[in-house]
Design a protein around this ligand. Structure first.
Ligand SMILES: [Zn+2]
Length: 311
């Protein structure tokens, strides 16, 4: 696997799209192997990809230096687009999990809080005062960030003949045919997600909500649900019915690869040893590590389609 952006951004996305359009199982299997290789051995805890500045290359397996990480912002965007396509083809939540991890970490690190300065490369550790720039001489990342943020609502949900699947959680209004949903949440700062069925036809359909693989505890309407995969509710819905998903977003230790410093996560956020969250997490040395990457889940559908969402 070579160039971080062209491999993840162009070649593989095109391969997945072709496999989906033609039903080429061998091509899809090849794309899955590429993803497994990248997610298990060649991506950072942040979801960022690209270890070498020379050639903007992804690098060898477990070659993941924190201070020399390349992790171009555009490569994170390309990875998110790749994961979205994999999600549509396979229906496996692990692709939505990596999309989320990259969104909140490998991607958002490329933009300052005031929105006026940018990282091109996103090192996980600064030894020599790296900082965001007002503009990049090679100016691909800033407009790519704007494009991704402007289209972010398209990545929240999908639809099938049988129902609606929610993959990323944000306050939004979702219409799929004759179904309208309202989602209210402060996620990821708060793990409570309220989904109201605003309009529903007089027939049964299934609402599926992704339970992130990192969630140590999760409940749906008070009942425990397992992390990794989707919690489903199938019923004949009435207008105004609500379901409430609770995700434990408290800090937890996370296992990174080839990164000596301690690290932890809170919800989908990754943080490092110098932050208060990490110091808190360091008091839990016996906590079991969260498995990463998320093991493969059984594909349930190969016909998921993007769903209109109004933020
Ligand atoms: Zn770029």
């Amino acid at each position: 696997m070579g160039h971080e952006l062209y491999c993840a951004g162009h070649l593989i996305q095109a391969g997945v799209a072709t496999a989906r359009a033609t039903g080429d199982e061998a091509l899809l299997a090849s794309m899955l192997r590429q993803w497994d290789d990248l997610a298990s051995a060649k991506s950072y805890l942040t979801g960022g990809i690209g270890s070498r500045h020379y050639g903007e290359a992804i690098g060898d397996a477990y070659e993941l230096p924190p201070d020399r990480a390349y992790c171009e912002t555009c490569a994170s965007i390309a990875s998110m687009m790749w994961n979205w396509r994999m999600l549509l083809v396979t229906g496996e939540s692990r692709f939505a999990d990596l999309f989320e991890r990259t969104l909140y970490n490998g991607f958002l690190s490329g933009l300052s809080l005031d929105g006026e300065s940018f990282f091109y490369a996103n090192p996980l550790q600064s030894r020599t005062g790296e900082h965001r720039h007002r503009w990049n001489r090679v100016a691909c990342c800033p407009p790519n960030i704007m494009r991704l943020l402007a289209s972010l609502h398209h990545y929240l949900a999908t639809v099938t003949d049988d129902g609606i699947q929610l993959h990323q959680y944000a306050s939004s209004r979702i219409r799929a045919g004759d179904v309208v949903l309202s989602v209210e949440t402060a996620y990821p700062w708060d793990g409570t997600v309220r989904v109201e069925v605003v309009e529903s036809p007089d027939r049964e359909w299934t609402l599926a909500l992704r339970i992130p693989g990192w969630a140590r505890e999760a409940t749906l309407d008070g009942e425990a649900v397992a992390a990794g995969g989707y919690a489903e509710v199938r019923r004949r819905w009435r207008d105004g019915t609500q379901v409430v998903l609770l995700l434990d977003v408290s800090p937890r230790p996370s296992r990174g690869r080839c990164w000596a410093a301690s690290r932890s996560s809170a919800g989908p956020w990754c943080t490092a040893s110098s932050s208060p969250i990490s110091r808190l997490a360091s008091t839990w040395p016996t906590s079991p590590p969260i498995p990463w990457p998320i093991p493969s889940t059984t594909g349930r559908s190969r016909s998921w389609a993007a769903c209109p969402v109004w933020p």
